[in-house]
Design a protein. Sequence first.
Length: 305
Amino acid sequence: MSMNYDQWEAACGVRSGPRHRLEANQAPEATYFPLALVPYAAEVEKRWGRPVCQELLVHRLYEYLRFTELLELKSINHVGTLIAFDELIVPMSRELRSQAFLLIRDEAHHATGADDVAHQIELATGVSRLPSAKPQFLHRLGAMREAQDKDLAPLIDVAFATISETLISGSLAQIPKDPNVVSLVRGYTADHARDEARHSSYFSEFFAKFWPQLPVAVREQLGLLLPELSLAFLEPDYASHQRVLEAIGLSATESRKLVQQAYPAEQAATAVRRPLQGTIRLFQRVGVFDDHRTHDAFAERGLIG
Ligand SMILES: [Fe+2]
Ligand SMILES: [Fe+2]
């Protein structure tokens, strides 16, 4: 069950956590991002050497931080604002609206922290962030909004935010646990993960009130879009991987080959199913799969058995 307003107010990272700073002397084995989260990193190290691999990990961190900034500010806080001002087609309780303000503050803090971490590492390493590129989730979200009725757009955003806030992101869970990752990155991510546990309960509670109140026709339309929204968040951002590999000096062909080998198509469904378990249980609980076409749409995309 989610915490009450006072508990949330006191516990959020922006109130209770320190600003994380990069330590001047790093151990020789220190990295900026877990090697285990970049499936082609070991191959890069073997063929192009450790300094190139280290630069790759710095860029993978930057991409992860940019993803965080855009997700928080353009997606979650957009939806938080709709809830806070009661601008959805179904009314929200005073409690959920007040907590939406706390949510917005948390997410703004996570985005600010991401920018701060990236900037400290740019200064320390001399490796600059690549020019900002739209991550795939924003492309796919935009395409879905355009393909549907205008009225559905805010509901698509709400569904996407619910999915991304209730699934268990592999990186958020794994980064703090990797002893080789610099403490700046681990500390920042651990604080973020703590706040996100609260958001997951919040969105479960919110969605359980939101979904059943929607008109049946809207639930039917939106239900069919939930699998694509899940995949937009969870599928690898191939263009981002490719861009980084080319930036560290690999050819376009080498980069494409590495990425294809690292994310084999036949394992794609299994890889996205695991983090999605909690979200699927939420959908089951609130009756999303009562419409068999929604259930079938999830099955067709390999998201449920
Ligand atoms: Fe966040
Ligand atoms: Fe969040």
